[in-house]
Design a protein around this ligand. Structure first.
Ligand code: ACM
Ligand code: ZN
Length: 430
């Protein structure tokens, strides 16, 4: 007996493209697997189908938990479906999240009737869900784990910020294609899953690492992503924060890595040759714009920790877009820096993060212009950019160099694709 319970996850009603491909009748009005991932909640057949699948899954897995996903459903498609609208009307569901919540509750009741406990991603909290449901928290930005504990749910912590093993574990320029992010061993090790607020410790079931395999085609690659990072999360799960020490842990990881390699044949990432954070992010930049006010003519995305000052705070970003170093724009980037007085300048340079698998795109056009009064601008630089989508990861600098004088600098970058972001860490002025 290994004291391991294998818990299946059958994701519904989103992430269901494969079902729609095989059973097109489960899609909403006039939609197919080509343009939707979501099951139609208006159709009774959807419930019959899901319950039949769950019956088979229940027969296969003896444990008490069944995970039914619930994450990342594009709820907007239900707005345009007459059957989903009828379901909402008949059940007095005022919102699309209410419709998904209706679905989750029916599935929860079905599992409960069969003696099983539902686990769902933190989207199941967008509505009133039975307290019997276990919440698996993944969205760093909504901090669903804290909310789940506050509402009295048993909770498993698995935030993208610390628990995603499909994210890069080292300098992405030298790593196999990952989906996004930067989650090195130390980042996982320093995770503290215990909320600062008061909570019932019996409800915090533990932590989970996620290894989604869109970009992982072999067991060897999976082992490389899992080890040694899973050792760090294990220690997060069983060691009190005051007893943790990263240098001491890293020493133990070195001997564990030798054991895993020599005794178990596991092909881990080599922590001995780890390159570490982006070197440029560790030293402050010298810039005439440092600390100067930035006016946003188009809004920035509210990433975790985003602030107006990011573009002139004197710090370049790390390998990843989250945190408070990169400023993201869901539309165009259009900002003005006020140098406070007319100043001799020689360069205006900004870098952009390019991770197409993460929806982090380069602008297709960058323009820099100058003004002495903040009203009349003269163009200084314009560059069209052709992205090379075969490149998995890059950081590209664009901007003006020359000799000029100005007080106001406008930096304008246009976003080529309707979804995703363009991301800039700093506008450096020399
Ligand atoms: C998730 O990563 N979509 C749970
Ligand atoms: Zn529908």
């Amino acid at each position: 007996v290994r004291h391991i319970t294998v818990i299946p996850e059958i994701d519904m009603p989103g992430h269901s493209r494969a079902i729609l491909c095989a059973y097109p009748e489960l899609a909403c009005d006039s939609l197919t697997y080509l343009n939707s991932n979501e099951l139609c909640i208006g159709k009774e057949e959807t419930f019959t189908f899901c319950e039949n699948i769950l019956k088979e899954v229940i027969a296969l897995f003896p444990g008490k938990y069944i995970h039914v996903g619930g994450d990342e459903a594009n709820r907007d498609i239900w707005e345009k479906c007459s059957l989903c609208q009828k379901r909402m009307h008949d059940n007095h569901l005022g919102t699309l999240s209410g419709l998904q919540n209706y679905f989750a509750n029916r599935i929860e009741q079905f599992l409960h009737k069969h003696g099983k406990t539902l686990i769902g991603w933190d989207e199941i909290l967008d509505g009133d869900i039975s307290k019997r449901a276990v919440v698996m928290s993944w969205r760093e930005e909504t901090d669903g784990g804290k909310e789940a504990l506050r509402r009295g749910h048993a909770t498993i912590m698995s935030p993208t910020s610390h628990c995603y093993l499909d994210y890069y574990q080292d300098n992405p320029f030298f790593e196999p294609r990952g989906i996004m992010g930067y989650t090195p061993l130390e980042q996982i090790y320093k995770y503290d899953p215990v909320p600062a607020e008061e909570y019932d410790p019996a409800l915090l079931l533990g932590v989970q690492a996620n290894l989604w395999t869109e970009y992982i085609a072999s067991i060897e690659h999976a082992e490389y992503m899992i080890f040694p990072r899973i050792l760090a999360l294990a220690e997060v799960g069983w060691t009190y924060p005051e007893l943790k020490s990263y240098p001491e842990f890293k020493e133990r990881v070195l001997s564990a890595s030798d054991y895993l390699k020599n005794q178990k044949g596991i092909r881990s990432f080599n922590i001995r040759t780890e390159m570490g954070p982006r070197p440029e992010s560790l030293i402050p930049v010298k810039s005439l714009a440092k600390g100067k006010k930035v006016t946003y003519l188009s809004p920035y995305q509210e990433f975790v920790g985003s602030k107006e000052a990011i573009l002139t705070d004197g710090w370049l970003g790390n390998w990843n877009a989250n945190g408070n170093r990169w400023q993201g724009f869901g539309g165009n980037m259009d900002v003005v820096i006020d140098l406070e007085r007319i100043t001799d300048i020689q360069a205006v340079i900004a870098s952009f993060l390019f991770v197409p698998t993460a929806g982090e795109y380069l602008p297709d056009n960058v323009e820099v212009s100058f003004s002495d009064d903040g009203k009349n601008y003269r163009p200084a630089y314009a560059q069209e950019i052709q992205s090379d989508y075969t490149i998995k990861y890059h950081i590209y600098p664009y901007g003006w160099t020359g000799q000029d004088k100005t007080r106001y600098i406008r930096f304008h970058a246009t976003k080529p694709i309707t979804w995703g972001n363009i991301l800039c860490d700093e506008i450096i002025v020399k």
